[in-house]
Design a binder for this molecule. Structure first.
Ligand code: CA
Ligand code: CA
Ligand code: CA
Length: 142
């Protein structure tokens, strides 16, 4: 899901997918929203996203307020990850090269083997150019 939308734009998105104007999004309505952004989204991802937005009371409907809170929480997560990305980019090249990724992994999982790190790097580097862009990084972490 794109993260650069303003709150008003998200409100538009919400209203667009709230087909029956009930003021809440059902699971079916959310499914359609997610599929419109990414047709490969799986049913279990949809379920997880739905419970994430639905809130702790879990009343099987997402109000605009819950939706906005969820979007803001997601934006905060993305911001924190972006910050982490830039901190980890020690040579300020704008991307994370293998050495930078390895030192992140080593910090988080000191016991991981070189082979395992290599595998993580390869799966994160979607276009195989030997470095992890911010998009690739967010793709792994979210
Ligand atoms: Ca709810
Ligand atoms: Ca770098
Ligand atoms: Ca890459």
């Amino acid at each position: 899901m794109a993260n650069k939308k303003s709150v008003n734009e998200w409100e538009e998105v919400f209203k667009h997918f709230d087909k029956n104007d009930s003021g809440t999004l059902t699971l079916d309505e959310l499914r359609e929203m997610l599929k419109s952004g990414d047709s490969h989204v799986t049913e279990s991802q949809i379920q997880v996203t739905f419970s994430f937005f639905d809130g702790p009371e879990g009343d099987k409907g997402i109000t605009l307020e819950e939706f906005t809170i969820g979007i803001n929480a997601m934006n905060d997560t993305v911001k924190a990850l972006e910050e982490y990305f830039h901190q980890s980019d020690t040579d300020n090249s704008g991307s994370l090269e293998k050495g930078e990724i390895f030192s992140i992994i080593t910090k988080a999982y000191p016991s991981m083997t070189e082979d395992e790190k290599e595998a993580i790097f390869t799966s994160a580097d979607e276009d195989g150019d030997g470095k992890i862009t911010l998009e690739e990084f967010l793709g792994v972490c979210t």
